[in-house]
Design a protein around this ligand. Structure first.
Ligand SMILES: Cc1cc2nc3c(=O)[nH]c(=O)nc-3n(C[C@H](O)[C@H](O)[C@H](O)COP(=O)(O)O)c2cc1C
Length: 185
């Protein structure tokens, strides 16, 4: 009798171990929210979408910035310094059912870009797991992560992914590893 219980116990825990990662994923519902002016950060979003199947919500603006960098960069700097908003034209779905939000944007002037700041001011993602992904010319993404932390004080900020804009395509292997890790736990 004792022998039989031990066998059953062993079989049961082996089955539970193999099921656990799948059931953990089933409890998750993810969405990728990204602002990308010139496409670099959007490239990362597309890869995350391919690997996870999560939908992408690309933020479009009511008044888009000028295409020319010189024509918009100091305006963006003034917006950051005065904590101004850039209104979002994209219709935002009900996010309440999502557990995991992949938040992506470019690094602007020491922190997160203005459109994503505006989105997070309106949607502080309380209780969500946030997976940030950031691109920049060369600056460390630290300021952008701090902005996300400040704007989303009741979210859990998971490890971020960063790539410089010149390395976005060669960073895909590392991105895949980060995506895998982001699905665990
Ligand atoms: C307004 C503005 C400010 C920027 N500031 C910085 C900066 O401080 N440091 C940096 O390394 N790159 C900076 N960049 C470069 C962008 O972060 C980089 O090109 C990024 O990959 C663009 O992403 P996107 O194509 O998704 O818009 C800035 C770009 C813009 C438009």
């Amino acid at each position: 009798m004792l022998k039989r219980r031990q066998v059953i116990g062993t079989v049961f825990s082996a089955a539970a171990l193999s099921i656990l990662p799948v059931s953990a994923q089933n409890l998750r519902k993810g969405i990728i929210v990204v602002y990308s002016r010139t496409g670099n950060t959007f490239g990362l979003a597309q890869r995350i979408h391919e690997k996870t199947g999560y939908p992408i919500l690309r933020l479009q603006l009511v008044k888009p910035y000028a295409e020319n960098y010189n024509d918009m960069t100091y305006l963006a700097r003034d917006e950051i310094r005065s904590d101004a908003r850039r209104e979002i034209a994209t219709k935002i779905p009900d996010l309440s059912g999502y557990t995991d939000i992949y938040v992506g944007g470019p690094y602007w002037w020491g922190g997160l870009d203005v459109p994503m700041r505006t989105f997070l001011k309106d949607h502080p993602l309380e209780g969500k797991r946030i997976h940030p992904f950031i691109t920049s010319g060369s600056s460390s993404p630290r300021g952008a992560i701090e902005d996300i932390r400040r704007l989303c004080p009741k979210a859990t900020i998971e490890p971020h992914f960063y790539s410089s804009n010149s390395e976005v395509s060669s960073a895909l292997n590392n991105l895949d590893k980060w995506i895998e890790e982001s699905l665990k736990g």
